[in-house]
Design a binder for this molecule. Structure first.
Ligand code: ZN
Length: 99
C-alpha cells in the first residue's frame, strides 16, 4: 500500500481530513527536489501540526524554521511575492485588504 491508497484503513497512515486533525497530527508532508532518476534531494518534512498552526497554511518548506515555527511574524521573510502585505499593527504578514 502507498500513503495515498484510498483503501488503506490503517488510521496511522490516513491523511488528516480536517483542520483539527491537521493541528494534532504528528506526521508531516515531505518536500524536496525530485530528480528524473528518482532521487530526492533537499528533503525536508514539515509536520502537519506546524502547517496547521500557520495562519495562511503555507505549503512551502522555506516558510518554516527548523523548529517548525512559521514565519508569518517575521518581517524579513518576504511574502509580498505571494500576495501578502506586512501589517505593522499586528506585526504579521496578512492577506491584502481586498481579499
Ligand atoms: Zn505562516
Amino acid at each position: 500500500m502507498t500513503d495515498t491508497d484510498p483503501t488503506d484503513t490503517d488510521p496511522t497512515r490516513r491523511a488528516p481530513s480536517t483542520v483539527s486533525d491537521i493541528r494534532t497530527d504528528p506526521s508531516g508532508i515531505t518536500f524536496g527536489t525530485l530528480h528524473p532518476d528518482g532521487r530526492m534531494t533537499d528533503r525536508r518534512v514539515i509536520r502537519h501540526a506546524d502547517i496547521g498552526a500557520c495562519p495562511h497554511v503555507i505549503l512551502d518548506p522555506a516558510h518554516y524554521r527548523a523548529d517548525g515555527a512559521c514565519r508569518c511574524g517575521d518581517p524579513t521573510h518576504d511574502m509580498a511575492a505571494w500576495g501578502y502585505v506586512w501589517d505593522t499593527r499586528v506585526s504579521l504578514w496578512v492577506a491584502p485588504p481586498d481579499d
